[in-house]
Design a protein around this ligand. Structure first.
Ligand SMILES: N[C@@H](CCC(=O)N[C@@H](CS)C(=O)NCC(=O)O)C(=O)O
Length: 205
């Protein structure tokens, strides 16, 4: 198959798998996990020299960094999921950088301390600090969704929604309450209920 997606669906590779499912592009799922040195083999380091998942190989063109992968897949295979204009492209890049820099580390901290660390290593004080740090960016998202007719870019579901929602979807296993930002909570639910998101989640089981 021309497109290979590296990384188990329980990892950040979920983002790329969701995007490929949205695009309806055939792909081979190479289920590399972060365990047992699989991301440090010479074969995998030739795909992503950072040794991280996700990574893709699209007919010999290798790409890493989940947000960049999704922007590329949207543009190459995603039709209306991709930005239609330079202005939309600027906004899609804005939201992709925003969620990585303003939200990802806080939500990941909460996820680790609510669900991933051994119970004796979990600390609710870290969760509380992460939830507090997320309040301002979540209000930014709330206000943007109010103005943007329930979508982030172009009044339709695009790679911008997918990139942001795929990271914020960790709020559910981290048991973070977004009821103070109802538009964002509703938008996140609608994104997660998309058939392609369900398909990608099914790969986690
Ligand atoms: N900024 C990167 C982060 C990738 C990343 O850290 N992935 C984790 C899995 S979720 C990983 O590969 N960890 C294993 C390792 O670093 O060996 C992206 O968004 O693609």
């Amino acid at each position: 198959m021309a497109l290979k997606i590296y990384g188990v669906a329980q990892s950040r590779a979920y983002r790329a798998l969701w995007m490929a499912e949205e695009c309806g592009v055939p792909y081979e799922h190479v289920k590399i996990s972060t365990q047992g040195g699989a991301t440090r083999t010479p074969e995998f380091l030739a795909v992503n020299p950072n040794g991280h998942i996700p990574a893709i190989d699209d007919n010999g063109r290798k790409l890493w960094e989940s947000m960049a992968i999704n922007l590329y897949l949207a543009k190459k295979y995603g039709k209306d999921l991709a930005p239609r204009t330079v202005e939309e492209e600027g906004q899609a890049l804005q939201w992709s950088f925003w969620v990585m820099t303003e939200c990802e580390k806080h939500i990941l901290q909460a996820l680790f301390h609510r669900a991933m660390l051994p119970p004796d290593k979990r600390d609710e004080k870290v969760v509380a600090a992460s939830v507090e740090a997320l309040k301002a960016p979540m209000q930014v998202l709330e206000d943007a969704l109010k103005k943007g007719n329930g979508h982030l870019v172009g009044g339709r579901f695009t790679v911008a929604d997918l990139n942001v929602a795929s990271i914020l979807s960790w709020a559910r296993p981290a048991r973070i309450d977004f009821s103070h930002v109802p538009k964002a909570a509703d938008w996140l639910k609608r994104c997660a209920e998309r058939p392609a998101a369900r398909e990608a989640r099914a790969l986690q089981r």
